[in-house]
Design a protein around this ligand. Structure first.
Ligand code: HEM
Length: 148
C-alpha cells in the first residue's frame, strides 16, 4: 500500500484523522514564551515573559468544532462534513503537529506511516511476519534474561 493509494481511501483517512483527534500523540502544553515587549493574543494583552501553552486534548474535543458527540470516536464525521466544516476541522486537527516555526518536522513521515500501518498490519503477509517478530522478541528477551 503506497501513501498515495491510502490517500484515495476516504474511510481510512477518516479513521486516521479521528484517531489523531481523540488521542493526540503529543499532549504536553508545548509552552512558548511571550517576547519581552509583550503581545496581544486573541484581543487579550499579554505581558512579556508569560508562558502560553495549549490544551490540545481540550481543543480536539471542542463541541463547536467537532459536534455534540465530540467525545466519541466516529470517523463518519469527516465524511459527512461539508466543505466549509471540513476545512475548519482539518485546520484544527493540524494543531496536533504544532504550528508556525515550531511545527513538527516529522509530520510527512508520521502521516506516511499512519497511511500504511493499518492496511499492512491487517494483510495476511504481515500477520506471518508479525508472529515471527513476536516469537523473535520473546526468544531474545529470554536469552537476555538467562544470560544475566
Ligand atoms: C503523529 C505523530 C506525531 C505527532 C502528533 C507529532 C507532534 C509534534 C509536536 C506537537 C511537536 C512540537 C511542536 C511545538 O513545539 O510546538 C513536534 C516537534 C517535532 N517533531 Fe513531531 N510529531 C509526530 C511524529 C514525528 C516524527 C515521526 C518525527 C521524525 C521522523 C518527528 C519529528 C519532530 C521534530 C524534529 C520536532 C521538533 C521541531 C522543532 O522544534 O523545530 N515528529 N512534533
Amino acid at each position: 500500500m503506497t501513501s498515495a493509494e491510502a490517500q484515495g481511501l476516504p474511510y481510512l483517512q477518516a479513521v486516521i484523522r479521528e484517531g489523531l483527534r481523540l488521542w493526540p500523540p503529543a499532549t504536553g502544553l508545548g509552552s512558548k514564551e511571550v517576547p519581552p515587549t509583550g503581545d496581544t493574543i486573541c484581543g487579550h494583552p499579554v505581558p512579556g515573559g508569560t508562558q502560553i501553552g495549549q490544551n490540545i486534548c481540550g481543543i480536539m474535543r471542542l463541541k463547536n468544532i467537532w459536534g455534540e458527540d465530540s467525545g466519541v470516536f466516529r470517523p463518519e464525521r469527516w465524511i459527512e462534513a461539508n466543505e466549509n466544516r471540513a476545512t475548519v476541522m482539518k485546520s484544527t486537527l493540524e494543531l496536533v503537529f504544532g504550528s508556525g516555526k515550531y511545527k513538527c518536522l516529522g509530520k510527512s513521515i508520521a502521516m506516511m506511516e499512519l497511511n500504511k500501518i493499518f492496511v499492512e498490519v491487517s494483510s495476511p503477509s504481515w500477520n506471518t511476519s508479525w508472529v515471527s517478530a513476536l516469537i523473535f522478541i520473546l526468544v531474545a528477551s529470554k536469552v537476555r534474561y538467562f544470560s544475566n
